[in-house]
Ligand binder design. Structure first.
Ligand code: CO
Length: 134
């Protein structure tokens, strides 16, 4: 069911400082910061040969990233995103197996303009999992 790792997302309290770590200390190629108000984040994409890392800074009051940073003020891994061919088939298989999908259970359009779902971390080894149809 799972394809490639599409991205790994890291919540950060200071996007400029986090970008400098990846660009200057680690020598990675990084994008400009992009505000995505509908997702409650400002994001920088770190482009790696085989995948992306996304640095997420909270944007707005209702940001899920803000709540995450209250528990992890220095930042931390927020979620891992796997690619799937058919997100509805993947969801139906997971739900039939007892897994919980966040929100209303229906895919929404994610930060890359493709349908995504988030799976409850308690069902996946304490890690928030995003599925993206590619
Ligand atoms: Co993501």
């Amino acid at each position: 069911m799972l394809g490639k790792v599409n991205h790994i997302a890291i919540a950060v309290p200071d996007l400029a400082a986090a970008t400098a770590v990846y660009r200057d200390t680690l020598g990675a190629k990084v994008s400009e910061a992009q505000a995505l108000p509908e997702h409650g984040v400002t994001v920088v994409f770190v482009e790696l040969p085989n995948t992306k890392v996304e640095l997420l800074e909270p944007l707005g009051e209702a940001s899920a990233i803000a709540a995450f940073l209250e528990k992890a003020p220095a930042g931390g891994m927020h979620h891992i995103c796997y690619e799937v061919d058919d997100i509805l088939a993947a969801r139906d298989r997971l739900v039939a197996g007892g897994a919980r999908v966040l929100g209303d259970g229906n895919p929404r359009i994610g930060a890359h303009g493709k349908p995504v779902l988030f799976l409850h971390p308690k069902d996946f080894l304490g890690t928030l999992v995003e599925l993206e149809q590619v």
